[in-house]
Design a protein around this ligand. Structure first.
Ligand code: IPM
Ligand code: MG
Length: 357
């Protein structure tokens, strides 16, 4: 039975970059016997425009039926003024929650050819290869109570950071499992010197660590982790942390590589169903100009093949093809050094397809 991939191009540069990933899927169907069916759906601002809901029923049904989802990016200034519940970002948060995509894997690795693109000294980042495992369906993003109430000077806004033990256990296991496949070092990041929720987090991660005696577990406060990531990032292998801290630390980690246009991500549920998306946003300022870098989306497709379709062999081929085009000197504007010539979105996609053959 062929597997179903749901494609959600989203907003801004989303359709352009996803279009290049679809070319890669088609090439793999033609030349490597990849057996998948592709369907398209709407998420984000485009879904709000078409159906009045950033995560409409039609997409909910397609998402439930899919084996894996490839997402471009959502959001843009066009939808900033509409009520919070209808904003594109809300569509993203709802699909994460709806599919129970609690484990967000955000690798940050630096291709040797791009070491000069980092704002850190090349020797600090050369060979960088870390993964942030971010809890994605709990914590302060979803905690109740939340709201804004009261009048005038007494208006009060509040959110709640909360984690149940079983939520911490499953993300801790995702962290340990990721570490087992890599360098066997896991750093759990929290704010246990101030927050009770973090106290429970640390206690639980430590207990789950008993199941993984081979993994070297450490704990770090989030402020220190932010500092260590820019001071000496190669000390890390895998970082596991909650939703908000992971949001912030993964942007730092992305920037270490100097090329947020290169970084893929996977959001997985307990059954291995996943949504895969580039870490970068919808970049409305360059949408339609052909400047967008499709490599993060193409690398997200590689993660999709590995984690949801059990085609690690094809994932490896895609990753090798991306390495090849970079080694050949192809650069989109975001990863070009001063004076280097650039290719556009579809030229980069075509080069990856050619390198696959
Ligand atoms: C991310 C983004 C989202 C988040 C936004 C767009 C809701 O920043 O995926 O990191 O905060 O999770
Ligand atoms: Mg973010």
């Amino acid at each position: 039975m062929s597997k179903k991939i749901l494609i959600l191009p989203g907003d801004g540069i989303g359709p352009e970059i996803v279009g290049e990933a679809v070319k890669v899927i088609e090439a793999l169907q033609n030349s490597h016997g990849l057996d998948v069916e592709i369907e398209h759906g709407l998420l984000g601002g485009c879904a709000y425009d078409a159906e009045g809901d950033p995560y409409p029923q039609s997409t909910q049904q397609k998402a439930a039926a899919a084996d894996a989802i490839l997402l471009g990016a959502v959001g843009g200034p066009k939808w900033e003024a509409i009520e919070r519940e209808m904003r594109p970002e809300k569509g993203l948060l709802r699909i994460r929650a709806d599919l129970n995509l609690f484990a967000n894997l955000r690798p940050a690795m630096l291709y040797p050819e791009l070491a000069a693109a980092s704002s850190l000294k090349p020797e600090l980042v050369a060979g960088l290869d870390i993964v942030i495992v971010r809890e994605l369906t709990g914590g302060i993003y979803f905690g109740q109570p939340r709201g804004i109430e009261g009048e005038g000077d007494a208006r009060l806004g509040y959110n709640t950071m909360r984690y149940r033990v079983d939520e911490i256990e499953r993300i801790a296991r995702a962290g340990f499992e990721t570490a087992m496949r890599r360098g066997k070092k896991l750093c759990s990041v929290d704010k246990a010197n101030v927050l009770e929720v973090s106290e429970l987090w640390r206690e639980t991660v430590t207990r789950i660590g008993g199941e993984y005696p081979e993994v070297e577990l450490s704990h770090m406060y989030v402020d220190n982790a932010a500092m260590q990531l820019v001071r000496s990032p190669k000390q890390f292998d895998v970082i596991v942390t909650g939703n908000l801290f992971g949001d912030i630390l993964s942007d730092i980690a992305a920037m270490l590589t100097g090329s947020i246009g290169m970084l893929p991500s996977a959001s997985l549920n307990e059954q291995g169903k996943g949504m895969y998306e580039p870490v970068h946003g919808s970049a409305p300022d360059i949408a339609g100009s052909g400047k967008a870098n499709p490599l993060a989306t193409i690398l997200s497709l590689a993660m999709l093949l590995r984690h949801s379709l059990e085609r690690g062999d094809l994932a490896g081929k895609i990753e090798a093809a991306v390495g090849q085009v970079l080694a050949n000197g192809l650069r989109t504007a975001d990863i070009a050094a001063a004076g280097e010539s650039t290719v556009n979105t579809s030229e980069m996609g075509a080069a990856v397809v050619a390198a696959l053959q």
